[in-house]
Structure formats: C-alpha cells, structure tokens
Write a protein that binds this ligand. Structure first.
Ligand code: GLC
Length: 637
C-alpha cells in the first residue's frame, strides 16, 4: 500500500471526523513518521490498521467533558501551554499528600499559590522494593495500590480540572520493570515478548555499543547491560538493572504504549512527561541519545494522541546538551509537531553553575546559542526537581562556552560544601565513575546556603541565601514557558538527611525528596520573619507579578543581551516599548550593568521593577544591581 492509500485507509477508520484539515494533517504526520520507523516491514499495513483501531476506540470512548477540552484547545485555547499565567508544581504523591485522595484535598493549597499545572511523579504500579521512585513500572493500566486506584486518578484529574489545574503524569516510556508481565513472559521464554526488549546472547554487541554510550548511574549501576541468568543472555538496562529498556523497533511496543497512554488520557491526564525521552532508540556506533528515530517515535505518538485526544500534550524529559534539547520540540518539516514542552535542563544546570562562579556571561552565551522555539511550543523551566543537577549537559566541547571537566568537578565540590567559598550543603551524585563530576543532590534551600546560614545563625548569610533563592526563581519565572516549582522549595525545605532510614533504597537523590511540611505551610498564615516565610512571601509576589506580564507568553522572543557585565544575566522578552528586561546579578557584590544596546525603542528616563516594586533612574547607560538581585524591568514613563 502506498502512503496515500494508507492515509485513506486510516481516515476511513476514523469515520466522520476525517473531513477536518487538522485530522488530515495528523494522519499524514503519523504515517510519515511510522513509515520511517516501520515502513520496511512486510506487515506494516497491518500495524497501521491496528494503530488506527487503537486511536478510533480511544477517541470514541473519550468522555464528553474531555471532548469539550479537546474542542477548546483545537481552537481559541491552542496556546494554553504558552500563556504567562501557567505555573507548575511537581511532587511525589506520597511525599506531598500520602495518596491520590490526599492530593485532591490539597487542591486549594495549589490553587492559592497560583498553580495551573501539577506534575505528579510516577504513580502507576511499580515493582515492590526499590523502584527508582516509581520509575520501574509493572503495569501501565494500574495505579500503585498504596497511592490509590484508577477511580481516584479520574477523581483527582476532574477535581484539578475544575480548579483550573492540568494534571501531568510521569509516563515511563523508555523501560519497564523486570517484574512487568512483558518482561516476565520474556524470561519464561516467550519469543514475542523477548522482542519487546533488547536481548543479546553474549557480550559482543553490548561491548560494541558500550564504546559510545554514557552511563547514567556509573557508581551504583555501571554499564548499560544486565545479565539475565534465567535466559543466559544480556538485556539492555540504561538505568538500574531492574529497568529494562523497551525495544521500539518493534511496533508491538509502540502500539501497547499508545494504548496505555490513551487510556490514561481518557482518565483526564492532560500532559504526559515522556521520561528519558532521549534514550528510546538504539543505534550501534552512536551514543543512542536523541537519534532521528527517537524524534520520529515522538512525532508519531504526538500525531496519534492528537487524533484521539487533541487536548493532550507531551513533555520531553531529555537531559542533553543545550543545542540538542530544542529538537524534542520538533525540527525541520516537523518543527512544532513533536513534544509540546521540553525541560530546559541546560538553563537549570547553567543557573547553578553561574551562582557558584559568580558570573553569568557563559550561561548567557549558552542560552543565546539556542534557536527560537518552534510555533506553539514552550520550555519547562525549573530551579530544582526530583533528580540531581546533572553537570554533563554543560560539557559541550564543540561550543566556546562549554565547561571543562575540571571546572565541572569544581562545581561538584562546591555544591558538596567542599570548597572554602562554598555556601552549599549538597552532596555529590555518582562521581565515582571518573572525571570527578556527574551530579549534585540537595534541596534548593540547602544548595543556596539557607541550611548553612541557619546552622551558623548568621543573619547576613541568611539574607544572601534568600536573595540567591529569589534570583534563581526570578530567572525561571521570568524566562518564558512553564516554570515548575519543586515540592517543598516554596517553603525552603531542608535536605532529608534521614533518607537512608526510610526504606527507599540508597540512591542519593532521596536527599532532596523530603516529606512536605504542612506545619510550615500552616505557619505561613501567621506573620513572621522565619527565613522560609520570607522566601515564600517573595516567591508569591513574583508569581503574582508574572500573571499580568504579557511578555512572558512563551511565543514572545527572548534575546540574550551580552556584554553588559559578566556577572549579570540579561535577556529581553518581546520587542518594542513593552519589552521586559530581565537582569540578574550572580555576584556577591553590587554590579553596574550597562546596556550594550537600547532595550526599548524610546529609552525611558526611569524603569519600574515588576518584582521589586520600585521605580529607578536609568543610570549611566544602565542600572546598578545589589548582590544577587534580580529585576524584571519595564519602562516607567
Ligand atoms: C528520568 C527520571 C529519573 C529516573 C530515570 C529512569 O530521568 O527523572 O528520576 O531515575 O528517568 O526512569
């Protein structure tokens, strides 16, 4: 069958809806991508038929309330993810509120903070014991019993939607647990299920692959392959030995995951976090990250999900170098037609690097090197998340701003509190793999120096730490895209030094996965000057200021202004007289920033800081910033 015939066949399956241009476009996208992935198989046409069935069934089963959302987002609300009021919050269900019902009870807290997007870390049924925090799924159709069930999930999604909050679910696309039924059948000898994974009879191919692969957990899970004694074979395991990478060269894997995603979409999940998106396709002689076929897979998922559940979006978690991340939002003919959102991990790691080094010129150069985002897409910006701060993304030898390994090792030491000038109380992650760097663990509060300052009872150090916390948050809240707060950071939670006693395993990332402190939240209602309350008040003021700033719409341009002062990160959002100028001083002393070019067509005599409130004179071609001060400037006259 030719592609045109395939398209007709697909459209015939879909029936009445097929007359829309939107539907035609999606069918075409899906078939182009699928053809590149599976087109040379003799049974390709059959697979297209099966996928059309899955899509049609899911579309027909979609509840009316969600179809209304589909209609809105296919029309007037197409830019919903880009809007300036979007604010995310990310949490583990159990650490935040015990279980899914508990999360439902916390909706008022989220709403009050201005949250419009809730990312819950994996909550589907996970293997017993150590499950990498739920990232080792045994059943994509069931909720982890200790957290609730599918009814609870539907109720939560509905409750959130009614409060104007979209539910984002972590979807572990890249691998299943060894205990998943598919893996168990493979172990039992079922050839069909063995084809769901990458098995090797000996070390010949694994060794060849290894020459080009990175290691995610070089200390605790070295290598990318695990021996399976029952089969006397090796299986591909990028992460922990119990996380078996799925083989997407097999269309059956694609079909099963599509089916699972669409069922959850019909429960009311609005965004899927595509976990470990970069790793989904393997190719000998490459680092197997972000291969062209990985992008085709995501494009095919996007198009097919769009046919059944148009309101639903995909968010790429691809922890790669700055120049590679934006590709997950689609490039070339597929620009804007892959994931809708992507984590800006380079911004995150770069902000922490700048803070330690007291200079932001190289961060600016790195950000300036990233091309404008495709139409309709947006970054997810963040200060901290449940993972370590990965330093590897800053090691980009092909770029002038790329950090050296020695420099990254220094950063690692700095954040582990191991250098003289360090204010941080973090811990190094997986540094045993050589090179002296990999990642850093610790909560935001611990890493900006709040923990240390409190221990020392040093008021000036405390002020500086709060200023650092506000600087980083001002940058991610002012960058454009969806800023996602990491649970507990809003009340400056400290490291969980007792994580080893909690039965979650020994993974060092548990250091920054504390339980929510609802007593602290309650204490926010009383006036007080506790450091967490001072930070919280300033954070909330920034969130409030954000809502009225149209220049924070993700579709606005974002231009890095280089050359004003090396300590200062400067970017201009949007052009014209309404442009919003972000300035952030990463140094521990005052710095005079001189504009390298006029930010606004008619230079004002004074400017207003939308987060500091004050009006200031434009002084000697620029403005003076206090240590760690951040500003969102607009002309005052
Ligand atoms: C993602 C998650 C991380 C997890 C890994 C393997 O990177 O963010 O927490 O360990 O995938 O699933």
């Amino acid at each position: 069958m030719s592609l045109v015939e395939q398209a007709d066949f697909f459209l015939a399956h879909l029936g009445e809806d097929a007359s829309h241009d939107r539907v035609h476009g999606l069918v075409q996208d899906a078939l182009l991508a699928l053809d590149e992935l599976y087109g040379n198989r003799p049974d390709f046409a059959e697979w297209v038929g099966r996928l059309a069935d899955i899509v049609t069934r899911a579309r027909d089963a979609r509840p009316t309330s969600l179809k209304m959302l589909d209609a809105a987002r296919s029309g007037a609300e197409a830019d919903w993810l880009q809007r300036p009021h979007m604010l995310g919050y990310s949490a583990y269900v159990d650490r935040f509120a015990g279980d899914l019902r508990g999360v439902s009870e916390k909706i008022p807290y989220l709403k009050d903070m201005g949250v419009t997007y809730l990312h819950l870390l994996p909550l589907l049924k996970a293997r017993p014991g150590d499950s990498d925090g739920g990232f080792a799924v045994t059943d994509y159709g069931a909720v982890e019993p200790r957290l609730g069930n599918r009814d609870d999930l539907r109720a939560l999604a509905g409750g959130l939607r009614a409060a104007g909050i979209s539910l984002c679910l972590d979807m572990v696309f890249n691998h299943t647990a060894r205990e998943h039924e598919w893996a168990q059948k493979a172990i039992a000898g079922d050839k069909d299920y063995q084809a769901f994974y990458h098995f090797f009879p000996d070390r010949v191919l694994p060794d060849q692959y290894e020459r080009h692969l990175d290691q995610v957990f070089p200390t605790t899970a070295p290598g990318n392959f695990t021996f399976v004694p029952e089969l006397n074979q090796w299986v591909w395991t990028t992460f922990y030995p119990y996380q078996w990478d799925l083989n997407y060269a097999n269309p059956a894997v694609f079909a099963r995951m599509l089916d699972a995603v669409l069922a959850l979409a019909n429960d009311g999940v609005e965004v899927f976090r595509v976990d470990s998106a970069a790793y989904m396709w393997k190719e000998l002689g490459t680092d197997c990250r972000g291969r062209p076929q990985t992008h085709r897979l995501l494009q095919a998922f996007r198009a097919l999900i769009g046919l059944a559940a148009p309101a639903v979006a995909l968010k790429a978690e691809a922890i790669v170098e700055a120049r590679r991340i934006a590709k997950f939002l689609g490039s070339g003919a597929f620009a804007g037609r892959e994931c809708h959102l992507a984590y800006h991990n380079a911004l995150m790691s770069g902000l922490w690097a700048a803070l330690a080094q007291g200079r932001a010129d190289r961060l600016g150069a790195m950000l300036g090197d990233i091309p404008a985002l495709p139409h309709g897409t947006a970054w997810v910006t963040y200060v901290r998340c449940h993972d370590d701060i990965g330093w590897g993304a800053l090691l980009d030898p092909e770029r002038a701003w790329g950090a050296s390994a020695a420099e990254l090792a220094q950063l690692t030491q700095f954040y582990a509190g191991g250098t003289q000038s360090s204010f941080a109380r973090g811990a190094s992650f997986q540094v045993g793999g050589g090179g002296g760097f990999h990642g850093t663990n610790g909560t935001m509060a611990a890493l900006v120096g709040l923990e240390a300052a409190q221990e020392q009872g040093d008021a000036a150090a405390l002020d500086a730490a709060i200023d650092r916390a506000c600087l980083l948050h001002a940058a991610v809240l002012g960058y454009g895209g969806i800023p996602v707060l990491y649970m507990g950071d809003e009340i400056a939670l400290a490291n969980d030094r007792d994580y080893l006693k909690r039965g979650v395993g020994t993974d060092g990332r548990w250091l920054h996965r504390p339980f929510m402190d609802w007593d602290r939240v309650a204490a926010l209602k009383q006036p007080g000057d506790a450091p967490f309350a001072r930070f919280n008040a300033r954070l909330r003021a920034m969130i409030a200021a954000r809502q009225g700033l149209g220049m924070l719409h993700a579709a606005q341009s974002n231009d890095i202004l280089a050359g004003g002062a090396p300590e200062i990160l400067a970017f201009l959002r949007g052009g014209g007289q309404d442009g919003l100028l972000f300035l952030g001083n990463f140094a521990d002393q005052p710095v005079h920033w001189r504009a390298p070019a006029a930010p606004w067509p008619n230079m004002p005599a004074s400017v207003r800081d939308a987060i500091g409130g004050g009006i200031m004179a434009w002084h000697d071609g620029g403005i003076v910033l206090r240590p760690y001060q951040a500003m969102w400037l607009v002309p005052a006259d």
